[in-house]
Each structure stands twice: as C-alpha cells, then as structure tokens.
Design a binder for this molecule. Structure first.
Ligand code: FAQ
Length: 311
C-alpha cells in the first residue's frame, strides 16, 4: 500500500527533483540504492585486480605509467562510491563485511582472467566502454550524491576507454602475432562484456521498481543494444571480427541483431562459480586482514589528535 508520503515522494521523482541524504525516502528506495551503489563500489575495487595483474609486465614505461594511473583511478571511484553509499546510513565496514561474506555482489566481468597484454586493451575498450554506456545515463539518477559521483567518474572512464582502444589499435596494426592476440582478447571478452548490463529484461527483477524511482534510467537490454551498435564499427576499424556469426545490421530497427550471451554461465558467475571468483574474493579478504594493523594505527592516531585538540 502506498502511503501519502510514498505518493509525494514519487511526485518529486517524476518532477526530476534530486533526493538528498537527510531527506525522507521510502525504505525500498534506500535499500535499492545501498545495493546498487555498494555493488558498484565493490566492482571498482575488485576491478583493480585483473589489470593490477599486468602493471609489472607492461611492455613500456609509458604503458606502465598509464596503467598505474588507471588502476589508481578505480580505487578513487570505489572510495567515492562508498562515500555515496555511507550517506544512506550504512557504514563502510558493513559494506566490506558483506562483500567478503558473499552477501553483496560485484560485477561478473571481474571474475574472468587477464591472460595477455592484449587483455589490457580489451578491458579498457570493452569493459570500460560498457561501464560508460551504463554510467552516462546514471549521471541523471535521482539520488544526488550518486548522480554527482557519476559525473566525475564518467570523465575518467572516457580516458580509460580511449587508452584501451589505443592498445588495441597498436596490437591490431602490429605483427600478425600481435593482431592474433588482439583478436583472441576480443573473443574472450565480448560475451562477458555483454553480460555486464545484467540479465535480459524479462529476468531483471529490480528494473521496474528502480526505473520508476529513476535509480536506473534504462533497461538492461536497451543499454546492451546501444553498446553493440557503438562497438561493432570500432571492431571493424581495428580489422577484428566480433565473435558472433549471427551479428547482422538490421535496417528496420537501425541496430544490430546479435546473439545473447550464455545466461547459464552468467548466473553461475554471479553465484560465485566463475573462473576467478575464489581468487578475487580471496585477494580482497587477505588485503583486508593484512591491512588491519594500518587501520588500527590510523584510528589510534585520529583519537590522539582529537584528544589533543580537545585539551
Ligand atoms: N554482475 O534485476 P537486475 C566498473 C545481479 S563497471 C553481477 O537486472 P539491477 C568500472 C543484480 O545485482 C561495473 N551481478 O539488477 C570498471 C541482481 O542481484 P541482487 C559496475 C549482476 O541492479 C571498469 C540480479 O543480478 N557497474 O566497475 C550483474 O537492476 C574496468 C538481477 O539483476 C555498476 O555496478 C552483473 N553484471 O541491474 C572498473 C553500474 N547484472 O543484487 C575497473 C551500476 C545483474 O538482487 C575496470 N549498476 N546482476 O542479488 C547498475 O546499473 C545495475 O545494478 C545493473 C544490474 C545494470 C548492473
């Protein structure tokens, strides 16, 4: 049953008013935001791992500096998003605890391995490309702190996408072996990138409510279609082949027809059974445990400093 408060709230949303932290909001709105922003933050932090894997093996000093900066940006995005989640009344420790226990998710894409340098190109091009496609509309999301975080994050993601595409261009223009590596990376990352947009609309349990509240602006399938339409010409420019024999331009809808990813694989990955789930979560848990002395030190210092200020 919608109360008067619920109705007034929905009217504010319909007028495109932003909702701010201390204002009244329905419980479900708050919960959905904590889930989505928290998962988004976790994705940024876990998302550092597949690329972090290549920092020590970047082929040149310049590539190493660029990759280092990108991975550092992802840490920044994560912290930004945790702060946005905290404005909804959840603590960062609670969010961490839920990531580590498996209660909260992070993006399926980061459970795939990065096997060659070309994967750094494919991740930047496809993974950051998909991230931007999803996040540009979220700049208009109804919750103020999330919307403002998205504006800044999208600027940085554009640079990330370009650096990935630049790696792909170099590889595709390189020796036949390098071009083959680029093709192989595209083959392995294409369908996992399509899965980033979430299950097809008929299986998306949260879309309807989230779109009514303007937490989400587009459906999963809308954004997936937009991503395919934008990315296929980019693959053609590189002289690479999208690994989908059924990919075809559809004049009528002015978009591509394409094959759906293997959804059973997707659901296995989000249940924790992807190729790298255990490794990724294990790395995060170890970092949390091994960093305990440092967090304790920071807290002790902060307490002393505030006692000193008080005296
Ligand atoms: N992976 O009902 P829906 C990045 C879950 S970009 C894992 O459709 P919703 C940048 C979903 O949570 C990646 N789980 O859900 C970067 C739900 O389960 P739950 C992060 C997924 O929320 C680049 C269930 O399936 N971006 O990190 C996925 O309405 C390179 C049913 O699904 C964001 O998080 C998935 N792909 O729509 C960093 C963007 N898809 O929670 C480093 C913000 C769905 O009930 C390197 N999030 N699920 O247990 C969103 O826009 C939405 O949350 C969607 C999912 C579109 C992801």
């Amino acid at each position: 049953e919608a109360t008067e408060q619920d109705i007034a709230f929905q009217e504010r949303i319909d007028r495109d008013e932003k909702v701010e932290p201390k204002e009244w909001m329905p419980d479900g709105y708050r919960k959905t935001l904590i889930r989505q922003i928290g998962q988004h933050a976790h994705s940024e932090i876990v998302g550092q791992l597949p690329e972090g894997n290549w920092i020590t093996r970047a082929p040149t000093l310049e590539r190493k500096a660029i990759l280092l900066a990108k991975v550092q940006d992802e840490a920044g995005h994560g912290l930004y998003l945790y702060s946005a989640a905290e404005t909804l009344g959840v603590t960062r420790d609670e969010l961490m605890e839920k990531l580590h226990s498996g209660e909260m998710k992070y993006s399926s894409i980061f459970n795939y391995p990065t096997l060659t340098w070309a994967d750094m190109g494919a991740v930047g091009w496809l993974v950051d490309g998909a991230a931007i496609m999803n996040q540009v509309p979220l700049q208009r999301t109804s919750y103020g702190p999330y919307s403002r975080a998205m504006i800044r994050i999208c600027k940085e993601e554009s640079f990330h996408q370009r650096q990935g595409y630049h790696i792909m261009m170099k590889m595709a223009e390189g020796t036949p072996e390098q071009k083959e590596m680029a093709q192989d990376a595209l083959n392995r990352f294409w369908y996992p990138a399509l899965m980033m947009f979430g299950p097809s609309d008929k299986d998306s349990v949260h879309s309807e409510k989230s779109m009514r509240w303007k937490i989400k602006i587009n459906t999963n399938d809308e954004l997936r279609q937009r991503f395919v339409d934008e990315t296929v010409p980019q693959a053609e420019y590189l002289g690479l082949t999208v690994p989908d024999p059924d990919l075809k331009w559809n004049e009528e809808k002015e978009g591509y027809d394409f094959s759906e990813p293997d959804w059973s694989e997707f659901f296995e990955v989000i249940k924790g059974n992807g190729p790298c789930n255990r490794e990724r979560l294990g790395t995060r848990k170890a970092a949390w445990e091994e960093g305990e002395w440092f967090r304790d030190g920071l807290n002790a210092y902060a307490e002393k400093a505030s006692a000193r200020r008080a005296s």
